[in-house]
Design a protein around this ligand. Sequence first.
Ligand SMILES: Cc1cc2nc3c(=O)[nH]c(=O)nc-3n(C[C@H](O)[C@H](O)[C@H](O)COP(=O)(O)OP(=O)(O)OC[C@H]3O[C@@H](n4cnc5c(N)ncnc54)[C@H](O)[C@@H]3O)c2cc1C
Length: 467
Amino acid sequence: MQQDITIIGGGFAGVEAAWAAAERGSKVTLYEMRPNHATPVHKTGDLAELVCSNSFKSTLFTNASGVLKEEMRRLGSLILPIAEKHAVPAGEALAVDREPFAREVTERLLAHPNITILREEVTQLPTTRPLIIATGPLTSDALANEIAKLTGGESLAFYDAVAPTVTYESLDLNKVFRASRRGKGRQAPPPEEGQSCAGTPEPSADYLNCPFEKDEYLAFWKAITEAELAPLHDFEQEDSGAKMVFFEMCVPVEELARRGQRTLAYGAMKPIGLTDPRTERRPYAVVQLRQENREGTLWGLVGFQTRMKWGEQRRILRMIPGLENAEFVRYGVMHRNTYVNAPRLLDYTCQLREHSGVFFAGQMTGVEGYLESAAIGIVAGWNAHRQTVGLPPAILPRETVLGSLCAYLVETEPKHFAPMNSNWGIVPELTGATIRDKRERGRLKGERAISALDRYLTSIELAQVTL
Ligand SMILES: Cc1cc2nc3c(=O)[nH]c(=O)nc-3n(C[C@H](O)[C@H](O)[C@H](O)COP(=O)(O)OP(=O)(O)OC[C@H]3O[C@@H](n4cnc5c(N)ncnc54)[C@H](O)[C@@H]3O)c2cc1C
């Protein structure tokens, strides 16, 4: 017999999961603790409340978040048509009038015959299956403890302390060299003069190193010490846990820089064991980049957790030799967040590999942003429904932005897992001739994504008919 689906959390992921399952015929019970139990940032009792900016990012089809929107539309998204109805002028972005938007999302769910909404805090994990946990970055404490018990405490994070990530193709390989400290790993020869850095890197030593001369280091150090920082929210300042993570376990780079002119050069930027093949000597300091995805298109700045404002990160980190034209797919952040170590725990449908029928959705899975959280909600709700009716899991093609986000969650090295948003760096490169124009490359990837999605949807519909 078909089971009801239980969803905890009525944010972006929870509403999309509920809609995806209910529209396909499942009965859904959705728990939302607001307005009876507040979070530190939500202000209303409405579902899908935007807690900060009112933007769902770019609508351009050359941009990964524009294509993600098109994919969500094809998968039957609830929030996108409502967002478009309540859009306010925002150039190339989709921004909304937040209150009418959230009110309409709430009304649509309340009116759905397959959805029941219960306004309660869930403090113990229900035993019913399928269960979707979509309680977001500010999951209540009691439930977080329960989730930690289920997943193993070390697989649940309460804070983000994330270093920025850049694309490989935006690096200047005439300055950056590959090497691991003391020759561990293989050391690649320097590229030919003028060699392009487009495409994906050849595997060799594990790190890319950006070498500094002394004067470059001193200018960089000074800029960091003077950088403007993003403010902490009150609840983050008051929280002793936040202080512990920020200031003991994972000290932001600006805090280290303020401790002394040489602190970074002896710490995150130490050049020990590294020889620049161009000068054949040890640089004064280095910033190391570590590969972040299997394809080697994304690289993270090692040890550069930071609370600098995003504009400041763009300005100052481009002072790093080799990063002058860096494209940042993610900036460093240090803030309150609750998310599981997806690569350790989840499969491609966001279901726990060790607990069949328990799905995660939204920011809890380690995606970042309203749009991405909503999109993962569709994946979880759709798959929970398929499980109840005995259909095989729906795993989206890798060419799609959403399929690539799911793959990022599963395939990243668990030790270095950090939350991710939608961007072209996580989507496989085009095959064939190298396209130098970024927008054109984005457009072609977008077209490839949508046709892969259409083919996939047709194939599973046909499979269902013949089951
Ligand atoms: C301070 C702050 C600012 C942010 N600013 C932005 C921004 O500008 N742009 C952006 O894209 N993203 C921003 N984010 C991230 C944003 O929160 C997520 O992108 C998005 O809201 C995640 O969707 P979600 O459905 O996973 O979680 P949420 O939207 O947070 O929804 C989770 C829901 O679960 C409910 N809940 C929690 N615990 C329980 C429980 N035990 N029982 C029942 N219900 C429960 C909560 O009340 C909430 O309604 C911000 C996050 C924070 C914390």
